[in-house]
Design a protein around this ligand. Structure first.
Ligand SMILES: [Zn+2]
Length: 324
């Protein structure tokens, strides 16, 4: 893994490591972006730099040269600047960790900061989607938020317990993880925003995510939930777990009586997967999604609705079909 000490006045104690896969994916994303803008120059330069390495026989040395070339391109494109800027703002973390690892996330759900204990000391790892690097300001805000998340993890008052299963049924695990993550991220990004360092679009993006995961709550209840976590005291891991698992606990925070309004819809089974649905998809569903559902469920009517998970799956199917 290419590593380097920060040279900005030697202020950073921890060593920065970039996962080779991330470097390659970021450079290739940047290449696609340049080509879409009609810029062929970058493709020619990159080809000229990589071609002599490709011609070498396969060996560890060849792999090392590839890694170094992608690191060089990554730095030349200026992608290291937001990384260094975010780390320089986090002096407390810098003193506590031995290494900072930036790695590639496989999906949006996989994007996260965490801590890895190791023999040489603790490492902080942030996994990010390569496309993030194309928008340096948004990347900086993302890194700031993930480093705040890591500070939470390291704070005993947060009461974090690693690798805990949230759901009793495996099919519900992702939903409960999304909910846990939503409330935590609202608090994390709220703190970054209140410090004047947030991404302008963050509040809107998280409000939409809250609407999606708690579609069956009344609007006023969703707004109360949003304000509680965006502006209020940081929740503990224990509270986040309770909220993710227990809709009644969420209703209590939202000021919604579970017996009114929310009860008839919350937890009633999705007509497709038959699981209790707490996250109904927004109506009306796009026509392509309705058509994709009808392939498997000819008798289903759009008014019956579908849970968010099923709607997502059929939307992916519909998009996949359209792409072929
Ligand atoms: Zn379903």
């Amino acid at each position: 893994m290419p590593t380097r000490r920060c040279e900005q006045g030697g202020m950073l104690v921890m060593r920065i490591e970039y996962e080779p896969k991330l470097l390659e994916q970021v450079v290739l994303a940047s290449l696609r972006d340049a080509e879409e803008k009609g810029d062929r120059r970058f493709a020619e330069d990159l080809h000229a730099a990589l071609e002599p390495i490709y011609r070498r026989p396969a060996s560890d040395e060849r792999e090392r040269r590839f890694r170094l070339e992608y690191l060089r391109q990554f730095q030349r494109l200026g992608y290291e600047r937001p990384v260094l800027a975010a780390l320089h703002e986090c002096a407390t973390l810098d003193r506590r960790a031995e290494r900072f690892i930036l790695a590639a996330a496989a999906s949006g759900r996989d994007e996260e900061g965490d801590c890895l204990p190791g023999p040489g000391g603790m490492a902080i790892r942030v996994r990010a989607l390569p496309e993030r690097f194309l928008r340096p300001n948004a990347l900086l805000s993302f890194l700031r938020a993930e480093l705040v998340r890591v500070e939470d993890l390291l704070d005993p008052a947060f009461e974090f317990v690693p690798s805990l299963r949230l759901a009793d049924r495996p099919a519900e695990e992702n939903l409960l993880r999304d909910r846990y993550r939503l409330f935590w991220t609202l608090s994390v990004e709220g703190r970054v925003a209140h410090a004047g360092r947030g991404e302008p679009a963050a509040a809107r993006r998280l409000r939409l995510e809250l609407d999606r995961l708690y579609a069956s709550l009344p609007e006023a209840g969703r707004e109360t939930l949003f304000r509680r976590f965006w502006n209020g005291a940081r929740p503990t891991h224990t509270e986040l777990v309770r909220l993710a698992r227990d809709v009644a606990a969420v209703c209590a925070v939202a000021g919604v009586d579970p017996s009114e309004g929310a009860r008839p819809i919350l937890g009633s089974p999705c007509p497709l997967c038959r699981f209790p649905a707490h996250d109904w998809a927004h109506a009306p569903l796009p026509a392509a999604v309705v058509a994709a559902i009808h392939v498997d469920f000819p008798g289903w009517r759009a008014e019956q609705g579908a849970c968010g998970r099923c709607a997502e799956m059929y939307e992916a199917q519909a998009t996949g079909v359209a792409a072929h």
